[in-house]
Design a protein around this ligand. Structure first.
Ligand code: ADP
Length: 401
């Protein structure tokens, strides 16, 4: 069966077509600048055996973008299937599934629920809904599936997800911790168990997804029991442009002092903080490290704060698990940056975490690696994440069940 995976953002849409019989990616690409006034959209399309195809066309909405994607997939020159009918199902990434959606075939009820959670997910829900509705129209005879980033956290115990604020806010507004990046955490935890030849059910694992957005999860017996992101992807780790956890009073204090509106404050915490906020250089960890190397004090401070947050959060999650067998690094920074891995793992030997610095530094970027020191009690692994494959697999599993 062939599964099309769609990941829609407000002005972008990424796609990958998988052949689930072989696990191969047949083609992938993306559309950028959808609905951006005064600007042509950009489409990229790549099949493994051909050069990347890039073109500029008008992309007024997600529906038009998807029509072009389907044309490309069936194009005699650039395509990989003869007809859209070859697509067995579509898996849509949704960031937030609220309390109800995990991996679900989309019917009327599911769509209605997605609309109902727009207030708690105003950035991601609208483009996802647009993409789902467009796909349903273009491919009416197949099943459309949503795979929520928050699905991996469905079994977190209440003490992990309830905030210590008046309970009525949970009851009325569903203010609680949901967790994000779950598809990535789930994928790498499964790959780690496979590599170790162990059953996930026998392992205590900490998975660190460190990218533009960063989160750390604690997994016991294959079930995620806690994670650092909460009501939104803002909680927890310091990130590229997001602050991560800060004293909530800082928010009300700054609003009173500066007269910022809630939206302006949101913008500061989501888009002007993190690496960018402290360093003043860039949200990109690589660029901050370059400036640090030249002796820039604030870039150095930004990196130190990042390591500090990571250590503190890993420590808290290990305490929750009562120990750890496996520590995994993944995503842009986790997969690619040996210096970050080494700084986070430094002085963690009291927990049994020791990495082999030589192996860590010699690792080819973005590849699988076992960087465990010979005398480490905890296995430390670097595992490239593959959220799209995981979405395709979850989609395949539910439609063939
Ligand atoms: P997103 O959350 O947008 O998917 P990514 O997982 O791609 O983000 O991570 C982006 C981060 O990864 C950036 O901070 C970038 O500096 C870092 N990164 C990407 N490639 C490398 C690399 N080769 N070396 C070090 N850091 C890298």
């Amino acid at each position: 069966m062939k599964i099309l995976v769609i990941n829609a953002g407000s002005s972008s849409l990424k796609y990958q077509l998988f052949d689930m019989d072989t696990g191969a990616v047949l083609a992938k690409g993306g559309c950028e600048k959808i609905g951006v006034e005064g600007s042509l959209g950009i489409i990229t399309h790549k099949r493994p055996d051909k050069e990347k195809y890039v073109t500029n066309v008008a992309l007024p909405d997600h529906n038009t973008a998807l029509q072009i994607v389907l044309k490309l997939l069936t194009d005699p020159e650039l395509g990989v299937i003869a007809s859209v009918d070859e697509i067995g199902s579509v898996g849509h990434r949704i960031v937030h599934g609220g309390e109800k959606l995990t991996v679900n075939i989309v019917g009327e009820e599911e769509l209605k629920y997605l609309y109902s959670i727009i207030p708690i997910n105003p950035l991601h829900a609208p483009p996802a809904i647009k993409a789902i509705e467009a796909c349903q129209k273009l491919m009416p005879s197949i099943k459309h599936v949503v795979v929520a980033d928050s699905a991996f956290y469905r079994n977190m115990p209440p003490e992990s997800y309830i905030y210590p604020i008046p309970y009525e806010y949970y009851e009325t507004y569903k203010v609680r911790r949901y967790g994000f990046h779950g598809t990535s955490h789930r994928y790498v935890s499964g790959e780690a168990a496979k590599y170790l030849g162990r059953d996930l059910k026998d392992l205590k694992m900490i998975t660190c997804h460190l990218g533009n957005g960063s989160s750390i999860s604690a997994i016991r017996n294959g079930i995620c029991v806690d994670t650092t992101m909460g009501f939104t992807p803002q909680e927890g780790m310091m990130m590229g442009t997001r602050s991560g956890s800060i004293d909530p009073t800082v928010v009300t204090f700054l609003m009173k002092q500066t007269g910022m509106t809630p939206d302006q404050m949101d913008d500061v915490l989501n888009r002007k903080s993190g690496f960018l906020g402290i360093s003043g250089v860039s949200p990109d960890c690589r660029e901050v490290m370059v400036e640090e190397g030249k002796g820039d004090a604030r870039s150095h401070l930004a990196m130190q704060v990042f390591y500090h947050y990571a250590k503190k959060l890993i420590g808290a999650l290990v305490a929750e698990l009562n120990g750890v067998d496996v520590l995994v690094f993944t995503a842009g920074i986790g997969e690619n940056d040996p210096v970050v891995r080494s700084n986070i793992c430094r002085d963690m030997d009291f927990l049994g975490i020791k990495i082999d610095d030589e192996v860590n530094l010699a690792m080819k970027r973005g590849t699988f690696g076992d960087i465990t020191a010979p005398d480490s009690r905890v296995k430390v692994l670097v595992i490239p994440t593959d959220e799209e494959y995981m979405i395709a697999k979850e989609t395949y599993d539910i439609v063939t069940k």
